[in-house]
Design a protein around this ligand. Structure first.
Ligand SMILES: Nc1ncnc2[nH]cnc12
Ligand SMILES: [Zn+2]
Length: 330
């Protein structure tokens, strides 16, 4: 039995496996510029975040109907459950779909068909987080929040993703203020490729409660001290960092130093279909490459539930935490 954990950094579009991409392409009459899974597989050699994003956005062309989004989410939830994920807070990128003529309603309703029955079907509780694309305009983000208003009973929070450098958090001050006044929780990618200042700005200007990645905080001792003091969780994604060349090898990952510094770290998969592993694979990888002991692994799992947005269901959080404490490593 795998260690119980929450996944807090997961882009649903990044769970599109090559096989499902080809299946949906055939179902929807979409032509992909790759002959088969083998040829597509060769496009997975990324140089940086942007080279990954180019493929990520290209393959989204196959997602067209509610059923497509439902199938995508069910495929993820089944894989995640098999790796011990008990709770998943799932990002989606509506602007990337709206730009292709797929309405917000198709995306949210489709995802909800899977998420709404995930506890019964997969034993995984879920939350949905709408991400704004930071390389699009602030106006577009505001329009996207407006388009989401009919679906706010299904959306827990907002996030910020896509190409980081050159798109500082301050650009999205207004939409984050609007999201907060709607009662939405706030997170943002910061310090993946961007500088530590983007992390500080995400905290001070956007009011985020968790930082997605946050890796580059390690360049600023003052920032580390603040993150520790304020117990701001970081949603780290070790296999993603290696595949996007943010770190050279897994053995070089700063996770052990981050834990030693007292940071509230969690381990997540980001875009598992692209980066070679789901949540449990990321745990296994850091365990073997970084020699994390059982106490550290249990700490990561505990942190994942403590950092999750389960404030509306503390009973469930307590149950998950009890599972973590009772877990026996094999
Ligand atoms: N790792 C990542 N960073 C920024 N935007 C993303 N969108 C999907 N995955 C992402
Ligand atoms: Zn991400």
């Amino acid at each position: 039995m795998p260690l119980p954990k929450a996944e807090l950094h997961l882009h649903i579009e990044g769970t599109l496996e090559p096989e499902l991409a080809f299946e949906l392409a055939a179902r929807n009459g979409v032509e992909l510029p790759y002959a088969d899974s083998d040829e597509l597989g060769k496009a997975y050699d990324f140089q940086d975040l942007q080279s990954f994003l180019n493929l990520y956005y290209e393959l989204m062309a196959v997602l067209r109907t509610e059923r497509d989004f439902e199938d995508l989410a069910n495929a993820y939830l089944a894989r995640a459950a098999a790796q011990g994920v008990r709770h998943a807070e799932i990002f989606f990128d509506p602007q990337a779909h709206i730009a292709r003529g797929i309405p917000m309603g198709t995306v949210v309703e489709g995802l909800w068909r899977a998420l709404g029955s995930s506890e019964q079907n997969h034993g995984v509780s879920t939350r949905l987080i709408l991400c704004f694309l930071r390389d699009e305009s602030a106006e577009s983000a505001l329009e996207t929040l407006e388009a989401a208003k009919p679906y706010l009973d299904r959306i827990t929070g907002v996030g910020l993703d896509s190409a980081e450098v050159g798109h500082p958090p301050v650009k999205f001050r207004e939409v984050y203020e609007a999201a907060a006044s709607l009662g939405l929780r706030r997170v943002a990618h910061a310090g993946e490729e961007g500088p530590p200042e983007y992390i500080t700005e995400a905290l001070d200007v956007l009011g985020v409660e968790r930082v997605d990645h946050g890796l580059r905080c390690m360049e600023s001792p003052e920032l580390v001290e603040r993150l520790v003091r304020e117990r701001i969780p970081l949603t780290l994604c070790p296999l993603s960092n290696v595949r996007l060349r943010t770190v050279d090898t897994l053995a070089d990952h700063p996770l052990p130093a981050m834990l030693d510094a007292g940071l509230v770290c969690t381990v997540n998969s980001d875009d598992p279909a692209y980066f070679g592993g789901y949540a449990g694979d990321n745990f296994d990888a850091v365990r073997s490459a970084l020699g994390l002991n059982e106490d550290r692994l249990r700490e990561l799992a505990r942190n994942s539930f403590l950092a999750s947005f389960l404030e509306d269901d503390e009973e469930r959080r307590a149950r998950y935490l009890a599972e973590v404490e009772a877990y026996e490593f094999s």
